[in-house]
Design a binder for this molecule. Structure first.
Ligand code: SF4
Ligand code: FES
Length: 247
Protein backbone atom coordinates (compact mmCIF):
# COMPACT_ATOMS: atom_id res chain seq x y z
CA UNK A 1 0.00 0.00 0.00
CA UNK A 2 1.04 3.60 -0.60
CA UNK A 3 0.93 5.99 2.35
CA UNK A 4 2.00 9.58 2.90
CA UNK A 5 4.24 10.70 5.73
CA UNK A 6 3.84 14.34 6.64
CA UNK A 7 6.96 15.09 8.65
CA UNK A 8 7.84 18.28 10.50
CA UNK A 9 11.24 19.42 9.30
CA UNK A 10 13.37 21.95 11.14
CA UNK A 11 16.98 23.02 11.12
CA UNK A 12 17.53 25.62 13.87
CA UNK A 13 20.71 26.79 12.10
CA UNK A 14 18.81 27.73 8.94
CA UNK A 15 16.91 30.65 10.48
CA UNK A 16 13.74 29.27 8.87
CA UNK A 17 10.57 28.24 10.71
CA UNK A 18 9.62 24.55 11.01
CA UNK A 19 7.61 23.25 8.07
CA UNK A 20 5.93 20.02 7.05
CA UNK A 21 7.20 18.02 4.09
CA UNK A 22 5.29 15.11 2.60
CA UNK A 23 6.72 11.84 1.31
CA UNK A 24 4.92 8.93 -0.31
CA UNK A 25 6.22 5.43 0.40
CA UNK A 26 5.23 1.91 -0.57
CA UNK A 27 4.90 -0.25 2.57
CA UNK A 28 3.14 -3.31 3.94
CA UNK A 29 0.48 -2.75 6.64
CA UNK A 30 2.60 -4.88 8.96
CA UNK A 31 5.76 -2.83 8.40
CA UNK A 32 6.81 -0.57 11.21
CA UNK A 33 6.71 3.18 10.95
CA UNK A 34 10.46 3.15 11.46
CA UNK A 35 10.80 1.11 8.24
CA UNK A 36 8.96 3.86 6.34
CA UNK A 37 11.27 6.53 7.79
CA UNK A 38 14.32 4.50 6.79
CA UNK A 39 12.95 4.12 3.25
CA UNK A 40 12.57 7.89 2.98
CA UNK A 41 16.05 8.50 4.32
CA UNK A 42 17.64 5.91 2.01
CA UNK A 43 15.78 6.61 -1.22
CA UNK A 44 14.14 10.04 -1.11
CA UNK A 45 15.74 12.50 1.27
CA UNK A 46 19.01 11.76 3.02
CA UNK A 47 18.75 15.01 4.98
CA UNK A 48 15.87 13.72 7.15
CA UNK A 49 17.03 13.56 10.78
CA UNK A 50 15.74 10.98 13.26
CA UNK A 51 17.26 8.70 15.89
CA UNK A 52 17.09 4.93 15.92
CA UNK A 53 19.22 2.08 17.16
CA UNK A 54 17.79 -1.27 18.25
CA UNK A 55 14.59 -1.16 16.15
CA UNK A 56 12.96 -3.46 18.73
CA UNK A 57 11.56 -1.19 21.42
CA UNK A 58 14.54 -1.57 23.73
CA UNK A 59 16.87 1.41 23.35
CA UNK A 60 14.29 4.21 23.51
CA UNK A 61 15.89 6.20 20.66
CA UNK A 62 13.02 6.68 18.25
CA UNK A 63 10.25 8.24 20.31
CA UNK A 64 8.27 10.84 18.35
CA UNK A 65 4.75 12.21 18.02
CA UNK A 66 2.76 10.07 15.64
CA UNK A 67 -0.63 11.48 14.67
CA UNK A 68 -0.52 13.54 17.87
CA UNK A 69 0.38 10.66 20.17
CA UNK A 70 3.81 10.00 21.64
CA UNK A 71 5.39 6.63 20.98
CA UNK A 72 8.17 4.63 19.38
CA UNK A 73 8.37 4.45 15.58
CA UNK A 74 9.77 0.93 15.83
CA UNK A 75 6.80 -0.29 17.91
CA UNK A 76 4.17 1.34 15.71
CA UNK A 77 2.86 -0.71 12.81
CA UNK A 78 1.67 1.10 9.69
CA UNK A 79 -1.74 -0.57 10.09
CA UNK A 80 -2.04 0.98 13.58
CA UNK A 81 -1.88 4.50 12.20
CA UNK A 82 -2.98 4.23 8.54
CA UNK A 83 -5.86 1.90 7.67
CA UNK A 84 -6.32 2.67 3.99
CA UNK A 85 -4.28 3.32 0.86
CA UNK A 86 -3.22 6.94 0.49
CA UNK A 87 -3.71 7.84 4.15
CA UNK A 88 -1.42 10.44 5.69
CA UNK A 89 0.50 9.96 8.95
CA UNK A 90 1.69 13.11 10.68
CA UNK A 91 5.04 12.88 12.45
CA UNK A 92 6.51 15.53 14.71
CA UNK A 93 9.34 15.66 17.26
CA UNK A 94 8.68 15.10 20.97
CA UNK A 95 7.47 18.14 22.94
CA UNK A 96 9.11 19.91 25.88
CA UNK A 97 12.63 19.58 24.49
CA UNK A 98 14.34 21.83 21.93
CA UNK A 99 14.62 20.43 18.42
CA UNK A 100 18.15 19.86 17.20
CA UNK A 101 17.15 18.69 13.73
CA UNK A 102 13.80 17.40 12.40
CA UNK A 103 12.75 14.56 14.75
CA UNK A 104 15.89 14.75 16.91
CA UNK A 105 15.40 16.59 20.19
CA UNK A 106 17.89 17.75 22.80
CA UNK A 107 17.20 15.47 25.79
CA UNK A 108 19.36 17.35 28.31
CA UNK A 109 16.41 18.59 30.40
CA UNK A 110 14.87 15.12 30.47
CA UNK A 111 18.08 13.50 31.73
CA UNK A 112 18.83 16.34 34.14
CA UNK A 113 15.48 15.71 35.84
CA UNK A 114 16.12 11.98 35.79
CA UNK A 115 19.49 12.38 37.52
CA UNK A 116 17.90 14.62 40.17
CA UNK A 117 16.09 11.70 41.77
CA UNK A 118 19.35 9.71 42.15
CA UNK A 119 18.32 6.73 40.00
CA UNK A 120 20.53 4.17 41.67
CA UNK A 121 20.45 1.97 44.77
CA UNK A 122 21.34 3.87 47.94
CA UNK A 123 22.38 1.61 50.78
CA UNK A 124 25.18 2.54 53.14
CA UNK A 125 25.37 -0.83 54.89
CA UNK A 126 28.49 -2.85 54.12
CA UNK A 127 27.85 -5.01 51.04
CA UNK A 128 27.10 -8.66 51.83
CA UNK A 129 29.39 -11.41 50.61
CA UNK A 130 27.00 -12.17 47.75
CA UNK A 131 24.00 -10.17 46.52
CA UNK A 132 21.46 -8.19 48.59
CA UNK A 133 18.51 -10.58 48.70
CA UNK A 134 14.83 -9.75 48.43
CA UNK A 135 11.67 -11.85 48.12
CA UNK A 136 9.69 -12.19 44.87
CA UNK A 137 6.94 -10.17 46.60
CA UNK A 138 9.37 -7.37 47.43
CA UNK A 139 10.47 -7.28 43.82
CA UNK A 140 6.91 -7.36 42.45
CA UNK A 141 6.19 -4.06 44.24
CA UNK A 142 8.17 -2.09 41.67
CA UNK A 143 8.76 -4.58 38.86
CA UNK A 144 7.15 -2.66 35.98
CA UNK A 145 9.15 0.49 36.76
CA UNK A 146 12.39 -1.37 36.03
CA UNK A 147 11.30 -1.60 32.39
CA UNK A 148 11.79 2.09 31.63
CA UNK A 149 13.89 2.64 28.50
CA UNK A 150 14.13 6.43 28.99
CA UNK A 151 12.43 7.12 25.68
CA UNK A 152 10.87 10.39 27.00
CA UNK A 153 7.46 9.68 25.44
CA UNK A 154 5.87 10.41 28.81
CA UNK A 155 7.90 13.62 29.18
CA UNK A 156 6.45 14.81 25.88
CA UNK A 157 2.90 13.65 26.65
CA UNK A 158 2.65 15.27 30.10
CA UNK A 159 0.42 18.41 29.95
CA UNK A 160 1.93 19.76 33.20
CA UNK A 161 5.23 20.32 31.39
CA UNK A 162 3.45 22.60 28.89
CA UNK A 163 3.36 25.30 31.57
CA UNK A 164 5.91 24.14 34.13
CA UNK A 165 9.27 23.09 32.66
CA UNK A 166 10.60 22.72 36.22
CA UNK A 167 8.36 19.70 36.89
CA UNK A 168 10.56 16.63 37.29
CA UNK A 169 8.26 14.76 34.94
CA UNK A 170 6.79 11.27 34.83
CA UNK A 171 9.85 9.19 33.97
CA UNK A 172 11.98 10.64 36.76
CA UNK A 173 9.18 10.16 39.30
CA UNK A 174 8.48 6.60 38.16
CA UNK A 175 12.19 5.87 38.58
CA UNK A 176 12.16 7.47 42.03
CA UNK A 177 9.40 5.03 42.94
CA UNK A 178 11.41 2.17 41.45
CA UNK A 179 14.14 2.80 44.03
CA UNK A 180 12.23 3.93 47.10
CA UNK A 181 9.91 0.89 46.79
CA UNK A 182 12.94 -1.41 46.57
CA UNK A 183 13.37 -3.27 49.88
CA UNK A 184 17.17 -2.96 49.50
CA UNK A 185 17.20 0.82 49.10
CA UNK A 186 17.64 3.27 51.98
CA UNK A 187 17.59 6.53 50.00
CA UNK A 188 14.03 7.74 50.64
CA UNK A 189 15.10 10.62 52.89
CA UNK A 190 17.90 11.66 50.50
CA UNK A 191 15.44 11.87 47.62
CA UNK A 192 12.70 13.46 49.71
CA UNK A 193 13.61 17.17 49.17
CA UNK A 194 13.21 16.76 45.39
CA UNK A 195 10.12 14.57 45.57
CA UNK A 196 8.23 16.43 48.32
CA UNK A 197 8.43 19.67 46.38
CA UNK A 198 5.99 21.74 44.29
CA UNK A 199 7.96 20.62 41.19
CA UNK A 200 8.14 17.03 42.45
CA UNK A 201 5.22 14.65 42.92
CA UNK A 202 2.76 17.40 43.85
CA UNK A 203 2.91 18.98 40.39
CA UNK A 204 1.31 15.81 38.99
CA UNK A 205 -2.44 16.25 38.56
CA UNK A 206 -3.29 12.74 37.41
CA UNK A 207 -3.84 13.41 33.72
CA UNK A 208 -2.67 9.83 32.98
CA UNK A 209 -1.18 10.91 29.61
CA UNK A 210 2.20 9.48 30.70
CA UNK A 211 0.67 6.10 31.43
CA UNK A 212 -1.15 6.09 28.08
CA UNK A 213 2.00 6.99 26.13
CA UNK A 214 4.42 4.58 27.81
CA UNK A 215 5.53 1.90 25.33
CA UNK A 216 6.61 -0.32 28.24
CA UNK A 217 3.20 -0.31 29.94
CA UNK A 218 4.61 1.16 33.14
CA UNK A 219 1.89 2.30 35.54
CA UNK A 220 3.53 5.71 35.71
CA UNK A 221 0.68 7.69 37.28
CA UNK A 222 0.01 4.96 39.84
CA UNK A 223 3.68 4.93 40.83
CA UNK A 224 3.63 8.70 41.31
CA UNK A 225 0.52 8.41 43.48
CA UNK A 226 2.13 5.67 45.57
CA UNK A 227 5.11 7.98 46.13
CA UNK A 228 2.73 10.77 47.21
CA UNK A 229 1.19 8.38 49.72
CA UNK A 230 4.57 7.32 51.07
CA UNK A 231 5.54 10.98 51.56
CA UNK A 232 2.24 11.78 53.32
CA UNK A 233 2.70 8.83 55.71
CA UNK A 234 6.28 9.86 56.44
CA UNK A 235 5.46 13.52 57.07
CA UNK A 236 2.42 12.65 59.21
CA UNK A 237 4.45 10.26 61.38
CA UNK A 238 6.84 13.13 62.12
CA UNK A 239 4.22 15.84 62.47
CA UNK A 240 5.72 17.72 59.52
CA UNK A 241 3.82 19.60 56.78
CA UNK A 242 4.04 18.64 53.13
CA UNK A 243 6.11 20.89 50.90
CA UNK A 244 3.45 20.90 48.22
CA UNK A 245 3.34 24.65 47.64
CA UNK A 246 -0.27 24.71 48.85
CA UNK A 247 -1.61 22.93 45.76
S1 SF4 B 1 8.22 5.74 31.81
FE1 SF4 B 1 7.66 4.79 29.82
S2 SF4 B 1 7.29 6.54 28.45
FE2 SF4 B 1 8.43 7.32 30.22
S3 SF4 B 1 10.59 7.26 29.60
FE3 SF4 B 1 10.15 5.32 30.69
S4 SF4 B 1 9.57 3.87 29.05
FE4 SF4 B 1 9.45 5.93 28.14
S1 FES C 1 14.95 2.04 17.83
FE1 FES C 1 15.32 1.32 19.87
S2 FES C 1 13.41 1.64 20.84
FE2 FES C 1 12.97 2.04 18.76
Amino acid sequence: MKINLKIERFNPESGLEPEFREYTVEVEPTDRLLDALVLIKQYQDGTLGFRKSCAHGVCGSDAMRINGKDGLACKTLIQDVAKTEGETIEIRPLKHMPVRRDLIVDQDAFFKHYRTIQPFLINNEPPPEKERLQTPGDRAAFDDATNCILCASCFSACPILDDNPGFLGPAALAQAYRFIADSRDQGFEERLPDLDHPNGVWACKNHFECTKSCPRQIKVTKRINQTKQRIKTYRKSRGEPLNDGGV
